[in-house]
Design a protein around this ligand. Structure first.
Ligand SMILES: Nc1ncnc2c1ncn2[C@@H]1O[C@H](COP(=O)(O)OP(=O)(O)OP(=O)(O)O)[C@@H](O)[C@H]1O
Ligand SMILES: [Mg+2]
Length: 197
């Protein structure tokens, strides 16, 4: 099977054992939703997959030529840049016109040229998702992307994400079963963290 293959990962932070001999295959070109209680290691797992956190043992295998694009748990926007400026920074293919269309679809028509520090939390979150989609790529990794969005906005944003990542690999963390059901695909439920060692 073609997959991003997490093999026998162990990871501790001090005495906190987050993963012990954990393995999972994320099928390529499919969606996987990761769920699990706060602190169980969802963000840590994504960071290990992206190579931003080092496992103590084990390995992650994926085809070398895959381009990754991420929504982190926190926005990580350039606060004094506009929405369009933030998207432009990472976008190699999309022209301004295409970025503007995406931001428009995300309901940001009146605010795409404003500095993102002047936007509401939910608006900034939408810019973060738009930036990820603008970057394009083969693998989209999204850590609670829809947090802070009201239900109507969330529906609209979720359908755009679903449509734009169709046929790509999407690994998405959520606490919300309805979100997971809407996004479809595979489900990975992580166990609560082990007791400290
Ligand atoms: N850099 C770090 N230093 C120390 N401990 C860490 C670090 N990163 C994560 N942890 C610990 O590892 C555990 C898993 O954290 P992680 O952020 O992966 O959880 P999570 O499942 O994403 O939780 P949430 O749903 O709250 O985002 C937690 O106990 C956390 O305190
Ligand atoms: Mg997290």
């Amino acid at each position: 099977m073609k997959a991003i293959s997490v093999r026998n990962i162990s990871k501790s932070f001090g005495k906190r054992l987050v993963f012990s001999n954990f393995s999972h295959d994320f099928p390529l070109e499919e969606t996987t939703c990761i769920m699990g209680e706060s602190g169980c290691g969802k963000t840590t797992l994504l960071k290990i997959v992206m190579g931003l956190e080092q496992a103590d043992a084990g390995s992650v295998m994926m085809p070398e030529d895959l381009k990754l694009s991420a929504v982190f748990q926190e926005d990580r926007l350039i606060s004094h840049y506009s929405a369009i400026g933030n998207c432009r920074l990472v976008s190699t293919k999309n022209k301004d016109e295409q970025i503007r269309r995406l931001l428009l679809d995300f309901g940001l028509s009146g605010s795409m040229d404003m500095q993102v520090k002047k936007l509401s939390g939910g608006m900034a979150r939408r810019v973060t998702i738009a930036r990820c989609l603008s970057a394009g790529g083969d693998v989209y990794i999204m850590d609670e992307p829809f947090k802070g969005l009201d239900s109507d906005t969330k529906k609209q944003v979720m359908s755009i994400v679903r449509q734009k990542t169709e046929g790509k690999t999407l690994i998405l963390v959520t606490h919300d079963q309805d979100e997971a059901d809407f996004m479809g695909g595979n489900m990975l439920k992580l166990n609560p963290p082990a007791l400290d060692i």
